[in-house]
Every structure is written in structure tokens, then in C-alpha cells.
Design a protein around this ligand. Sequence first.
Ligand code: HEM
Length: 401
Amino acid sequence: MEPARIYDQIHEFDNRADPYTLYAELRQTPVVRLDDGAYVVNTYEHIVALLHDPRVSSDSRNLAHPPATEQLPPSFIRVDPPEHDRLRGLTMRHFGPPHSPLVVESMRGELHELVKDLIDGIAGRNQADIVDDVAYPFPVTVICRLLGVPREDESRFHVWADEIVETLGPGEGSVEERTRRRQSAGLALAGYLGELAQSRRENPRHDLLSGLVTYHGPEGSMSETEVMTTAVLLLIAGHETTVNLITNGMLTLLRNPGMLERLREEPDLVIGAVEELLRFEPPVHFLPQRVALDDITVADVTIPRGSSIILALASGSRDPAHVHDPDRFDPDRPYIQHLGFGGGIHNCFGAPLARLEAQIALRQLAKRLVNPRLVTDPPPYRPSSTLRGPRHLVIAYDDVL
Ligand code: HEM
């Protein structure tokens, strides 16, 4: 089949449960030109090279045909240096010394308690939905506490956050329609967070939002709009990704006999298991919005300046040229290297938190559920092929310890 058609098929909902065989076909052509002139890069080596290439921009305003100006400027995930580095730095400083996981590490006890309470909540029955009962409420509560967003407002911003994610990649409706929906949800969420930031400006508390609005240092401070776009980014990133890591994790552990028993007996195995999950069943399958700032030649294909580049992270992480026996889930691999958190200057800011959340959730689920099993396999998936994961994961069990 023509490579561009394979790419289309990957985005068809019917292939959500297993896009991996299609990625294998797609990798026969490391760089695929789509009908709309975008280029999809599929192999580990070439994705890594582009993630670190300063000729590759994250700012869609550099496209040969840039999208209509949005009402809100992009957050730092969508801009280049020096703006990116300034805003990332101003955010990072509230997570402890540069690149230190100290703040996250100090949350370990609190995270453990949150998971414990959620699992207590499914005791006394013999079925639960891992998504709605554990994997979704857990990271949402964490990011809300971190930012200082009232948890009881969750039902309001959940709808906006979902809308932003579902309209990110290819999907239903035209590009214009999806952009319009994404922008209106983004504005609503930004308006909500902007009001909250204003109240923190007047009455600061011990939370990230207060830190962002009150900090004035040698590297400057954030404008009101920058606080808003950064808060939207963090809320969405904290909302829509970790849920998939925990759910994909439980699904994979249940599909691999003996894994849960091993986790119960060797709790430290969870570290390798989460790393291998980020490779084998990652939450983020594509980075859909890079731009070539120059003509760039990749695997003998010249991507013209101004073109859109799509990095197929999930395909790269299963590239047999990079990893032996890529379609096997093996947490004992001595060296697990993956693209689950991207790479280069935009590598995931929340990686230490996401890892710790997934480790704590999976370890406790393994320890406390007696004889857990899948009720439907494959489970129903969420629509997005870009941020991919089950909408529900119903499991049955005999008891909760
Ligand atoms: C960036 C994945 C959790 C905050 C990224 C990128 C990936 C990613 C692939 C690169 C985006 C790009 O290059 O365009 C994930 C996964 C997560 C996760 C798989 C969970 C399992 C989180 C959490 C937070 C977070 C919990 C917030 C606390 C961010 C931010 C960026 C980012 C702010 C942008 C960094 C930059 O542009 O410099 N993430 N993420 N992520 N992530 Fe995460």
C-alpha cells in the first residue's frame, strides 16, 4: 500500500487498538510525504536527529502557510528559543533547582495516599473501571493541587481539556473546524485560569500559580498572558497523558501473564516496567506540529523549508533498528531508550512527576487487587490517535487487600 494511505489508516478509529502493525509497514519508508505536503518521520534515528535539530521549529507561525492568527499566543511547547527557554526556565524554577526532581520527590507520600484512597473506593465490589476510578482522578487531583486549581471545578475544565486534546491531531471534521473548536476551548480554559491567576496575584498561596504570578527575578517575570498560556499547558499536560500511561500500563500488565505477580514480589520492577511502557504503549504517539526552517534532508528526502513535519514517536520507539524484539513487552531490558517523553529542548517537563505517578499507581494496583482480569480486550479507545489510550478499562477481581 502507498505509505500515505498507511498513515491515513493509522488514524482510522478501527485501528486504534493496534496501530503497531501499521507503524511497522510505515517504517519501510522512513520519511513519508502526505497529500497536504506534510512529512511524517517514522524511524528512531531520524526522529531523534530532528528533535535535536535547530532547523526544526515548534512554532507553526513558521509554516509556509501559517494558520490564521490565534486569539491567544502559543504556550512554550509551541515556541522556539529564546522565548521557549525563558518561559520554561521561569516555570521550572518552581519545581526546585534546575532539572531537580526534588519537589516531585517530596510529593511521594501524598501521591501514595491519593492512590490508596482511590483503591479503597473500589473495595467492596468486584468490578472497576481503571480509567474513571483510578487513572483519571489521580493525576488530575495532583496537577490541580500543584497548580492551585480547585478540584471541584474539574467538571468545568475537563470538557475544555478534552476538546483541546481531541482536536489536536487528524480526526473528524475539517482542519478549520477542529482549529475553531480547539481555539474556543483554549480561550475558555485560559479565561478560567486567568481569573484564578488574578486572585492569586491579590492573595498568593503556596502553589505554582501563585509562584508564576509573583516571581520577579534576574530573568524577568511572566506577563499575565504568559501565565495564562503556561497554566493551560500544565493543566492539559497533567490531565491528558498520565491517565493513558497508567491505563495502558494496567492493560499491558494484565495481558502479560505473571507480570502482576512479579510486581507484587519485586516492587522495584515497576521502575523498568514504566520505562518499558513508555516505549511499548506510550501515551503520545505523534508530535504533529514541527516546521522545517530550512531545506532539511532526511533519509535521502529533502523536506522543503516551511513544510510541516510530523514525528511518529510511537513508531520510532518500536523501530527494530533501534531496539531488539521491539514488539515484546520486556521490563527487564537492560537499557530502555524510548521517545515517550519526546527529546531535545522540548523534552517533557513533567517526566519525573509522570514517572512517579505511574510507578505508585501500578505498584499499588498490583499489590492490592486479588486475581484481577480484563473484562473486555481490547477495551474501547478514546478518539485521539495522537494522545492514545482506552476510554474505559473494566476489570474484574475477587477482592481488594
Ligand atoms: C512536553 C509526554 C506528563 C508537562 C512533552 C512532550 C512529550 C510529553 C512527548 C514533548 C512535546 C514536544 O516536543 O512538542 C508526556 C507523557 C506524560 C507527560 C507521555 C505522562 C505519562 C506531563 C506532566 C506534565 C507535563 C504530568 C506537567 C506537570 C509538559 C510540558 C511540556 C511537555 C510543560 C513542554 C516542554 C517544552 O516545550 O519545553 N510531554 N508528558 N507532561 N510536557 Fe509532558
